[in-house]
Design a protein around this ligand. Sequence first.
Ligand code: AMP
Length: 595
Amino acid sequence: MNTFQDLGLNEDLLKAIADLGFETPSEVQDKAIPILLEEDTDLVALAQTGTGKTAAFGFPMLQKIDVDSRTTQGLILSPTRELCLQIANEMKQYGKYCQGLNVVAIYGGSSITDQAREVKRGAQIIVATPGRMKDMISRRLVDISKIQFSVLDEADEMLNMGFKEDITDILSHTPDEKNTWLFSATMPREVASIAKKFMREPQEITVGHKNQSTNNVSHEYYLVNARDRYQALKRLADANPDIFSVIFCRTKRDTQKVAEQLIEDGYSAGALHGDLSQNQRDIVMKQFRTKQIQMLVATDVAARGIDVDNITHVINYQLSDEVETYTHRSGRTGRAGKTGVSMVIVSKSEVRRLKSIERIINQKFELKDIPNGMEICEVQLMSLANKIHNTEINHEIDKYLEDINAMFEDTSKDELIKKFFSVEFTRFFNYYQKAKDLNVKVGDRDSGREHKAGGNAARFFINVGEKDGFDWMKLKDFLKEQLDLGRDDVFKVESKDTFSFFNTEKEHQEKVLAHFTDFKHNGRFVNVEITEDKPNRGGRGRGKRREDRKGGDRGRNDRNYGGPKSGRRRSDSSESRSRRSDSGSGSSRPRRSRR
Ligand code: AMP
């Protein structure tokens, strides 16, 4: 295996590398650095975040630029402000012994004048987000006409975010003879076309397989009924007491809802999505980085550029519509040589989507069981025992010892331990002792409500279809919004040409029918009726008339989002706030008791 010396890096960089404690080059560094140092070439590198790619392009750039000149020679474009700042910081650390080096970060949401002033002082390297860069160019606040190296970092993300035009525009202000180094986790068509358009005979390196997520990440899935999704999430969190995770939802609304629910249930969680102000997002990210938040619930867009090491778990609370998104999600864990777990909570109807993901990541998902109540109690008990074992004694207690000892004079050590642990354990035990099995067994055709109307599901006919612009996803979103239901509450949506079918739980049946009574959409009456037959061969005539409808399971509500209900939880949270300081975990803030 090569050392950093073998790669041909100069003394200034080697000194910085030693300070950073990097021992050996990562795979992408091993492959990219010699090429970029020795050749004037364009490069396409397929590598995830967390593989050390910043240094893979950063070291060669730092070695090749002239620090005695004030001209801007290197331009690094990255998709988000977070990432931009992160890269600029890394570059400054890598180049800390390069006398005269000035790296400037340019990104939106911060004073453009201050950034322009910094550039004017002579920035050899600019790290920028495309939007702000374009702005600066059009106001003539930067001059990139003499750059020798341009890096397109996370190119797939930049294109996903709609920066194609900005990138094209920016690159048109750079000299043709520069070298372009493109880094991307995946290689969709758009990235390949950018490479073709802007690069000359690029060399290509791949870390692992194309489109593969890092090997440090294991991929698991949990099969549950859609309505048990939230309960399943809580169990996964409870079964991993030291979890430090990002939880992905599909929409801003679900993200907010899940985060709020977790907070209410006593978890240290926070939401990150586009409806929050930049300031709110900064606060959440700061709390996450400092581990005051253990579970960050995020949308894909908002989570772009989250570059936090040591994330133990990525939880796909809902899969994204884009198969490739999974790679980005799971790449948030297993960084910098650490291992991580990417979990997917799926209902039966979604299982087949895992197959497409497996093809992309070139790895298999392992089906795991949601832990049962007693397993969780055991994990929690042992975790508590461990924390107590590792807790440093606070000698402030000494002065009370005599009184406490007197109180326990007749209590044996065994009994004392049992009492002590019961304080925490009983809460978990009471909550979980009657907890049901959430796992849907493979081959258990009737256990999910996804299969057909029946059991607790009501199936509806609706007289709009693809001709009205409703594919199944649009219809599902439309229904969800109209009925103010959650994503999982409308399911088995099948869109035909002029009509469609969908399911809800029977408890929503009345609400659905009432909502669509005399309902007009785009000036047209939308009619919804109950149907009991499988829709595939039938057609409109088979719907059961609305007059036939029965009340169903009205009033039933087995969502049980909050666990044991509030009175108990509320009264016990302040008590546990003071009693549970989490000193073992290094968290600076007393954490609320869970559930
Ligand atoms: P990146 O993929 O550039 O975002 O890097 C992910 C993390 O790995 C960063 O925190 C780097 O500081 C760290 N890192 C980069 N190269 C190495 C290396 N050769 N050995 C150990 N850590 C590294």
